[in-house]
Ligand binder design. Sequence first.
Ligand SMILES: Cc1cc2nc3c(=O)[nH]c(=O)nc-3n(C[C@H](O)[C@H](O)[C@H](O)COP(=O)(O)O)c2cc1C
Length: 436
Amino acid sequence: MPDPFHLGWFLQGSSVQAWNEPWTGSIGRDWRTPDLFVDMTRALERACFDYVLIEDSSYVGESYGSSRDIYLRSALAVPRQDPSVVATILTQATSRIGIVPTFATFAYPPYLLARLIASLDQVSAGRIGWNMVTGSSDVAARNFGLPGLPEHDLRYDMADEYMQVVNGLWSSWEPGAILADEETGVFADPALVHSIDFEGEYYKSRGPLNSGPPVQSRPVIAQAGGSPRGRQFAAGHADTIVAAVKGIEGMKAYRDDLRSRAAAQGRNPDAIKLLFLVSPIIAETEDDAQALKARKTAWAAERVHERLAHFSKITNIDFARLDMDAPLGELTTNGHQQSLAEFLKRAGRRTLREAMTDYDSTVQSVELVGTPDSLAARMGEVMQAVGGDGFLFSMPNVSRRTVAEVADGLVPTLQRRGLVRKRYEHEMFRDNLLAF
Ligand SMILES: Cc1cc2nc3c(=O)[nH]c(=O)nc-3n(C[C@H](O)[C@H](O)[C@H](O)COP(=O)(O)O)c2cc1C
């Protein structure tokens, strides 16, 4: 019997979910309060997911047609709350699942980040991860008083140094530093708490961290760098990597590459769990699932401008300037390079409109359209072929219904096949991630 695989959920920000889509209740009124996210995370905890990753960006999009109009009219990643707020609430509504907010290195000075994450790890009793991103937009940089972001690969060089600072701060309280000895009255042993006096090329920090250490010593680090430089970074630092790569061969090659990069940096590749994006369409019969896929494709065609605007936001390319009915030419980005490369590869000689409206143009690694039973079988086969380590559900239209389709429909079927866990092995996040 093969090892079970891991499950994560990719939540598109602390935002209005699936605005103007069916089955979303009164989302236009309810988005300010976290009830949907609390219900969602509790359902995923019942289904024994490893984690919920809360995506983030810190600006209002304006790359499509040099205008904010479409982003605001269609609630595309705006409004978006600071992810630390909903992450804190989720830690108090659950007891086992990992919670992984995103914070960008250009936006959070390392001391602030190390303290925030350590505090979250404490209040969650060791269940926090950090989705470590370098940011991808000059518009966002300007919100923080910067002229723009550094060039793509330099961002990763800076992030390497950033990791040294935060790792240093998290270990500025050595194991055993907190005595909390009621007899002697000593709380912490000063000999085990030290400054770090870090002075690098880009960052400086004195330390020690005044929050005290994280419960897990070092919180789980999630990363998604997909370019060669990004993979090198992720292989060096991440505990879990989320990947938008297409097809079994591509998935396997990506995993093999990451594992060899990790080994070359002296890490145990088995200590890194690579999760692949999927967006399943789940229905009671195969015919229903195919019909639902056709409806979603038609709907995507109607919303082609919204889809392009989203892609413009992550690549900083103004797709509104391109001819929708012509094939794509050469394009480059200082934003998400991997996402652009995958899109161009899939688009081939098709027109921009065709490439963008095809259901297959979503970021999923393998197409999953079917019943819980057929999808469970397919997911098992895919994992067997790729070698591991799991799937990250990226549902574009999060509602209580889509959550139930996965948590109450698909996952019990996966569990019956022994493909995913039926109960958490441990109390803390990293321990569960490394349990198999
Ligand atoms: C599943 C997934 C989640 C991501 N979440 C975020 C995010 O929340 N915020 C962000 O700025 N970038 C996010 N990214 C982008 C990555 O950090 C990275 O920039 C992207 O994968 C491209 O990698 P590259 O820059 O090395 O080409 C995400 C990427 C993937 C695949």
